[in-house]
Write a protein that binds this ligand. Sequence first.
Ligand code: NIG
Ligand code: FE
Length: 419
Amino acid sequence: MQSINNTQTSRPHTHGRLIINARVASLDPTHTQPYGMLDNHAVLIGDDKIMWVGPSSEVNPKQFEGNLIDAAGRLLTPGLIDSHTHLIYGGNRAQEFEARQQGQSYEQIARAGGGILSTVRATRELYQSGLIEQALPRLTALCREGVTTVEIKSGYGLTLDDELKMLRAARQLEQLLPVRIRTTLLAAHAVPPEYRDNADGYIDMICQQLMPKVVEEGLADAVDVFCESIAFSPAQCRRVFEAAKQHGLGIKGHTEQLSNLGGSALAAEFGAWSVDHLEYLDDDGIKAMRSAGTVACLLPGAFYFLKETQMPPIEALRQAGVPMALASDCNPGSSPLASLRLMMNQGCVLFGLTPEEALTGVTRHAAKALGLSRQVGMIRPGQQADLLLWDLDHPAQLAYEFGPDRLALRIFNGQPASI
Ligand code: NIG
Ligand code: FE
């Protein structure tokens, strides 16, 4: 018990919930084993935080009767983090999928007024409550497989009121399920019909009207852009980033998805938390990301669903030591896939990640992509107690297998919270 008394907290050591006999994949890089693995370890939870992690032999389980969880050798990981989603939207794009199967491309559909803009029409038609109702099954699916933190973007409203509606809906989801929601303003997702020939005027509206309102209401943690020829130019994205910086918001980007416009280097120049997609990323982009500490967020679901053939430069990112996150990009057009476990599998099979990189990409590096490194993503004293106990004994199984429910216990903010 000595070690427990030596923790960073003054709480009595008998207070809290204790997990013993776990194979702890801590994902904490200060532990040198792969996955930060700590065999036969115990984790002490006090209120909503992890208070202590140490060998099971150093604790006296009798003192925690009623609040004791015997993992019996099973795997314990941090809660999973989906660091890039568009979970809030109206309708679906199954008919666009049919058109694509008959030979039209994603870009052709977008240029003809479908794509993102068709979801914009469906999203504008719904009240906040309707958006929540449609998003709940998607969020539930993520939570059931172990996700405890989810980022949700706006970007299908594209008017002041509809963007605010999306962000409010996203924030409200946190009241309905035991999950942490982070929100991102992605008003620069597509040029709305009202500004068809005046994208710069729309950027003015975002920077001068929408962003101040979002900040005033505290509705977003970060700002994102779609830097692409079918969306916004680097010069337009720069203006959004400048405004975001002034408001102290985090910066993210959809960059180098369909072509290379240098959006990743631009975002890195502003200290972006992450840039995402990256199939067409080049060495200059990688260098800029490396010096800025920007996370590369890989989205294998979109790569798969759009039948992309250009691979993101995984080996170059790895060699440069750029942290790689993995996310679902759950959205109706390019990734209608509400499963982070599937992304782990696809990240390995399609992108050549190792299972350890895949798990790190949905925990520690995903936390960094959301500016949450201090709060979540590892099993370490001081972090929020978001913990998953699996009916598995090796963490590689999380990326290897897809389908069966192996989650034995989901703990969110220190409380058992199965869904
Ligand atoms: O992340 N790339 C831009 N935005 C989304 C797709 C949005 C849509 O097609 O509705 C993405 O892939
Ligand atoms: Fe996206």
